[in-house]
Every structure is written in structure tokens, then in C-alpha cells.
Design a protein around this ligand. Structure first.
Ligand SMILES: CC(C)(COP(=O)(O)OP(=O)(O)OC[C@H]1O[C@@H](n2cnc3c(N)ncnc32)[C@H](O)[C@@H]1OP(=O)(O)O)[C@@H](O)C(=O)NCCC(=O)NCCS
Length: 193
């Protein structure tokens, strides 16, 4: 699906989409391109973010996921985030806030290409999203980087977020079926199988 999506986006045969992974598993286009992408999947839904605005990270989680929000947050989240979750009145509301924060964090850590093993508390996503959040990754001794995060709205049953460098960008999403993408790519590149 990723190869087909990239073929569609780049208007290039799927055979000519060459992919490589960074040392932490983040896939990228092997040939020089301003196009960046990132993938997430959860419970039968896959999202692929495409952009020319710089590195991008995306995350989606199903809202039905049972989580002990306070327990997990107190172990892995910052104090600001824990306070935000604790403000939820019911466990269900706390879980919903937790998942929202989780997807923001994961989107940023995926944009940076580290993945979550670099430490969920290296970033605080409880506020100032519009002006950007800083990722301080002392573990990997890289300079602090700034990212802007947007929550993905209106995906029924799911919560999600996307992150990219600060700038004048917004996130739009479309839901397409595998068959639709395949048909379009096949129409344009009839040799595809
Ligand atoms: C990336 C990561 C956050 C994905 O978590 P997840 O919630 O299970 O999965 P998601 O559905 O959101 O994303 C999966 C996709 O992210 C992409 N991805 C993989 N590693 C990535 C990374 N380091 N950064 C950004 N994106 C990554 C892939 O396209 C992957 O798709 P695939 O599962 O079909 O291969 C997690 O696997 C991780 O932290 N990986 C880093 C592992 C690492 O550091 N390895 C070092 C070698 S020892």
C-alpha cells in the first residue's frame, strides 16, 4: 500500500519507488526527493502522511484501546502531561486524553526518526502545540529540534496526530481503499502487477 501510495503521489511507476530505512527503521525514499512520508497503522486503518514540508511523523490509535492512563502516564509522561490526564473526570475521559497525548508524542518521535525507544519523556506535548514543541534528545546527543504537532480530527473510532517542522502547514486526510489506489496506479502504469 505504501509503494502504491508513493507511486500515486510521485506519479512514478511502483517499480521505480526505491525505499530504504534509517538505523531505527524509519523508511524514506532512496533517491533524492523533497517528498517525505510516514506510516502508521492500527486496527485495520493505515495512514500515510505525505509532505514536502520536511520530515514528518504520524500516529493513529484506536479509541477503544483499554489503558490504565494514570499508571502509564506516571511512568512515561512528563508532569505537565500527567496533570492534564488527571484533570479527566472519569477513567474513560482520562484514557481519551492519554491517547491524544500519546499520538502527539509518537508523531513527533517518528518525525525525528527515533521511534519511541528514545524516551517518551524527552518531549512535552501538553501545551503550545501551535508554536511548536521541543524534542530534547539527550540520550542520542543530538541538538534540540522543534516540531509542530496537529491533532487529526474526525476519523471515526480513532485518535491521531501528525508532526512536521514548524511552518505554515495544515493536515488534510482522505480515506481511500486499496482497490481505488491500485486501479489508479494500474491505469497510469499498466505494467503494474
Ligand atoms: C516506530 C515505532 C514508534 C512504531 O510504533 P507502532 O505504534 O508500533 O507503529 P505505527 O503503526 O505507528 O508505525 C509503524 C510504521 O512506522 C514506520 N517506522 C518504523 N520505524 C520508524 C522510526 N524509527 N521512525 C519513524 N517511523 C518509523 C514504519 O513505516 C512502520 O510501518 P511498518 O510497521 O509497516 O513497517 C516503534 O516501532 C519504534 O520505536 N521503533 C524504533 C525501533 C528502534 O529504535 N530500533 C533501533 C534498532 S536497535
Amino acid at each position: 500500500m505504501l509503494r502504491l501510495g508513493l507511486s500515486w503521489y510521485l506519479q512514478r511507476s511502483p517499480r521505480d519507488v526505491r525505499l530504504e530505512n534509517n538505523s531505527r527503521g524509519k523508511p524514506f525514499l532512496a533517491d533524492e526527493s523533497v517528498v517525505r512520508f510516514n506510516v502508521t497503522h492500527s486496527d485495520g486503518l493505515a495512514l500515510i502522511a505525505f509532505t514536502t514540508a520536511g520530515e514528518v511523523g504520524i500516529d493513529v490509535e484506536t479509541v477503544d484501546r483499554a489503558v490504565d492512563a494514570m499508571e502509564l502516564a506516571s511512568r512515561y509522561f512528563t508532569t505537565g502531561e500527567v496533570a492534564m490526564i488527571a484533570a479527566g473526570v472519569t477513567p474513560r475521559e482520562q484514557a481519551s486524553i492519554f491517547l491524544r497525548l500519546w499520538t502527539r508524542k509518537e508523531a513527533v518521535l517518528k518525525a525525528a526518526g527515533y521511534g519511541i525507544v528514545s524516551g517518551l519523556d524527552t518531549i512535552d506535548v501538553s501545551q503550545h502545540l501551535a508554536s511548536g514543541v521541543s524534542l530534547r534528545n539527550t540520550q542520542h546527543k543530538v541538538a534540540e529540534t522543534r516540531w509542530m504537532v496537529r491533532d487529526l480530527q474526525a476519523i471515526n473510532g480513532f485518535v491521531g496526530a501528525v508532526a512536521a517542522p514548524p511552518g505554515d502547514w495544515s493536515a488534510h486526510h482522505w480515506q481511500v481503499s486499496y482497490e481505488d489506489v491500485f486501479d489508479r496506479v494500474f491505469e497510469r502504469f499498466p505494467g503494474t502487477s
